[in-house]
Design a protein around this ligand. Structure first.
Ligand code: BTN
Length: 245
């Protein structure tokens, strides 16, 4: 896709920048990067810590020709592109946690927020928002036990521009794979970058938690779990935490 870049010193939220620009009916490839966000948004109404000079806060617009039930695959696609781009620059291996997190040494280093906006004139819009904790050296107390940064884990500064370039190149590649119907390849590759499968997890959906074993991803990217009665269930959303042995 042709990229049209917008670089901002500060934004409320790079996803919101793209939402506002939808009135002008932009083509796919519109990409907004901000040095900081004042109202960075995470999943489930959470905020995303977005201090200046340290992280990557990036949103990009695509207009995929997918059915609504196929949309969750886009979160996996964005996560896969992010883990590949990050792992190119660090000695360790970050891992994907279904559906939208990147973990390094068990703590969160990146998250994906995909938002869907129907359109009457063009293919529906999907905004892919990616936040990466790059050079942070501290986090607020509410997330300091669960979040980390590439710098904290690797001990050195990471060049944000190089990471943005790799991220967009990889995202472009994964999106073309998806458009060429290489869905199974994407799922296999995602599976290669996770250590979730085979583990006992707690999965929370609609305020209810169950303990289950993570088995595999199905052909549309749902997480198949086996509950305590041995029944297999395919989940299309939910919050996963890995249980310590
Ligand atoms: C999550 O893990 O909850 C998703 C976090 C997504 C954060 C990114 S930062 C760039 C884009 N703009 C936002 O407001 N959110 C996403």
């Amino acid at each position: 896709m042709g990229i049209q870049w917008r670089f901002l010193h500060q934004s409320d939220s790079t996803n919101s920048e793209i939402v506002r620009s939808l009135v002008d009916n932009p083509s796919e490839g519109l990409t907004v990067v901000a040095d900081s966000q004042t109202d960075g948004r995470g999943r489930r109404g959470r905020s995303w810590h977005s201090e200046p000079g340290t992280g990557i806060y990036l949103s990009t617009l695509i207009r995929p020709n997918l059915l609504p039930e196929q949309l969750p695959i886009l979160t996996l696609m964005a996560g896969l592109a992010t883990v590949i781009a990050v792992n190119d620059l660090i000695p360790q291996s970050a891992k994907l946690k279904w559906p939208n997190d990147l973990l390094l040494n068990g703590k969160k280093i990146a998250g994906i927020l995909c938002e869907y906006h129907p359109s009457t004139t063009k293919n529906h819009a999907v905004i892919i928002g990616i936040g990466i904790n790059v050079n942070h050296t501290y986090f607020p107390s509410d997330i300091k036990n669960t979040a980390t940064s590439l710098k904290l884990e690797c001990g050195e500064n990471i060049d944000r521009t190089s990471l943005i370039k790799r991220l967009i190149t990889q995202l472009d590649f994964e999106y073309s794979e998806l458009k060429n119907n290489r869905l199974q390849g994407l799922i296999d590759n995602w599976t290669h970058h996770t250590d979730l499968l085979g583990k006992t997890i707690t999965i929370t959906q609609n305020n209810q938690s169950i303990i289950a074993k993570a088995k595999h991803l199905d052909s549309i990217g749902r997480l198949v779990i086996e509950d305590e009665s041995g029944q297999e269930i395919a989940l299309d959303s939910g919050e996963v935490s890995i249980r310590e042995k």
